[in-house]
Design a binder for this molecule. Structure first.
Ligand code: 87F
Length: 474
């Protein structure tokens, strides 16, 4: 599967390998997808009165290590600059793995009274985490792009509300743009961000590998960082209080999940909403047919579609055969291919071929725009439906440890009643250790199925408190 992901992203021209392991070049084909999601998300957070900013890439060691507990588990992944030219720096400087410690000293400076709240910032940037386990394009790279939101409120209620608002935006990115079904949920104590109060996430599932993947996270940090960085404010009554904070992010990992969920034997399959080219128009000249007429029809078709806001391009290269072009655009995942040959020209029609299911239809050039729009909408919806069907077929409800073991062996995403105890999750990890990697909790869905009185935990036999998804994960 990974083998396929690796091949597909390179041949599909999304990624080029680089001479530093775990670092990848994002070519226009993948950067275009990132930019489309960025336009959506950026507009949505601006509606929420969140403002963009940019903090430095570098962190001093004293600030980074200010919160020992939070950094402890992550320390091995922090990359350091130790030299400039040939001389050692007096004090090494870290490269941000995330920006809590970069930003919060300034939150402390900027927040004085309740009128300074809420403070709601976001930045689009790169971060570096020097991972050692097998790097994978998009899914686990040493440098990646993300947005990180960091907000501070006077009350916990406001923070709680925002956590879920942002989580809903993440759900929309996955479902409406990437056509990937996700589950909104809360992380266990073991899997949450240790520096925070609680963590919510959207979780996707890759049926082919039987692995869950955390799609994006929205944390309520509580007052932990406020304590550490002295982010205090005075309320209307002149009383001192500490702010309540959130942080949230989604990254270029989204693209990797999309590749794995929709990709097939022919390569990438891009959902129309994120494809930088939604329609590719290929001329199919034939012997002494009117070649120029066909080329002109292609150009005119692209023009008509572009004017209607559809992202269309023609492929008029004369050094490749139509068949060669078809497979190249299939490899790149363009949602819809339009072919124009002599017969189409004569009938004032074009031939449409869907990337997702290969189905063909001839449409009249008179209502080209309307029909192409309908086709693209259908493709978008079909991709989500198909992914949802596969995902749902991979979900297994279990009640006992034996059922759990069986379902895990069958690469399922497992929904089980759980006692919600950290020791029990540790035990599950321990008992499922192996070359495939241990199972862990993915999330407890916000929408909980009914839990009948007397239901017991699948792993401990104690009374169950909630339904939780379990599985192997990326
Ligand atoms: C790696 C090295 C150092 C993750 C790290 O999820 C620190 C960290 O704090 C680290 N890897 N984390 C947790 C990041 C938490 C949080 N940050 C803002 C998010 C969303 C965006």
């Amino acid at each position: 599967m990974f083998f396929r992901l690796l091949q597909v992203v390179v041949h599909g021209e999304m990624i080029e390998y680089y001479d530093i392991s775990g670092c990848y070049i994002l070519r226009p084909w993948s950067m275009g997808i990132w930019e489309i999601m960025q336009v959506f998300f950026d507009a949505e957070i601006k509606k929420m009165k969140i403002k963009n900013c940019y903090f430095p890439l570098f962190v001093s060691s004293s600030v980074l290590e200010k919160e020992k507990d939070h950094i402890e588990g992550f320390a091995p992944e922090v990359a350091w600059v130790t030299k400039s030219g040939k001389s050692d720096l007096e004090i090494p400087i870290a490269i941000r793995p995330t920006s809590e410690t970069v930003m919060y000293p300034y939150f402390s400076k900027w927040i004085r009274g309740h009128r300074d709240l809420p403070l709601k910032l976001n930045q689009w940037c790169n971060v570096v985490r020097w991972e050692f386990s097998n790097p994978t394009p998009f899914i686990r790279s040493r440098e990646f792009l993300w947005q990180e939101g960091h907000t501070a409120f006077a009350t916990k209620e406001e923070a709680d509300e925002e956590v879920l608002q942002v989580l809903e935006l993440y759900r929309r990115i996955y479902e409406e743009f990437l056509a990937i079904p996700v589950i909104k949920g809360k992380k266990s104590e073991m899997e949450k961000f240790a520096g925070g109060l609680y963590t919510t996430s959207v979780e996707a599932f890759i049926p082919n590998t039987g692995r869950g993947v955390q799609g994006a996270t929205s944390h309520c940090l509580g007052q932990n960082f406020a304590k550490m960085f002295e982010i205090n404010f005075e309320n209307e009554k002149g009383e001192k209080g500490m702010v309540w904070q959130n942080s949230w992010a989604y990254s270029t990992r989204t693209i990797g999940v999309m590749v794995m969920v929709h990709g097939d034997d022919k390569g990438l399959v891009l959902p129309p909403k994120v494809a930088s080219v939604q329609v590719v128009v290929v001329p199919v000249p034939y012997k002494d047919a009117d070649t120029q007429g066909i080329l002109d029809a292609c150009t005119a078709t692209v023009e008509t579609l572009s004017e209607a806001g559809i992202r269309a391009e023609s492929d008029l290269r004369d050094n490749y055969s139509p068949g060669w072009k078809y497979s190249q655009w299939e490899m790149k995942g363009v949602p819809l291919r339009i072919e124009i040959g002599p017969k189409d020209l004569a009938n004032n029609q074009v031939r449409c071929v869907r990337r997702d299911n290969g189905s063909k239809s001839d449409i009249k050039r008179d209502n080209l725009v309307e029909q192409v729009k309908t086709l693209l909408d259908n493709i978008q919806q079909s991709l989500l439906d198909a992914a949802k069907q596969k995902r749902d077929a991979s979900v297994q409800v279990v009640k006992t440890w034996d059922e759990f073991k069986d379902a895990l062996a069958q690469k399922k995403m497992i929904l089980a009643p759980w006692c919600d105890e950290e020791e029990v999750e540790k035990d599950v990890k321990e008992r499922t250790r192996g070359e495939m990697g241990a199972a862990k909790s993915l999330c407890s869905p916000l929408e909980q199925p009914e839990l009948p009185e007397g239901t017991i935990c699948f792993a401990s036999g104690k009374p169950a408190k909630k339904w939780t998804y379990w599985g192997r994960s990326y």
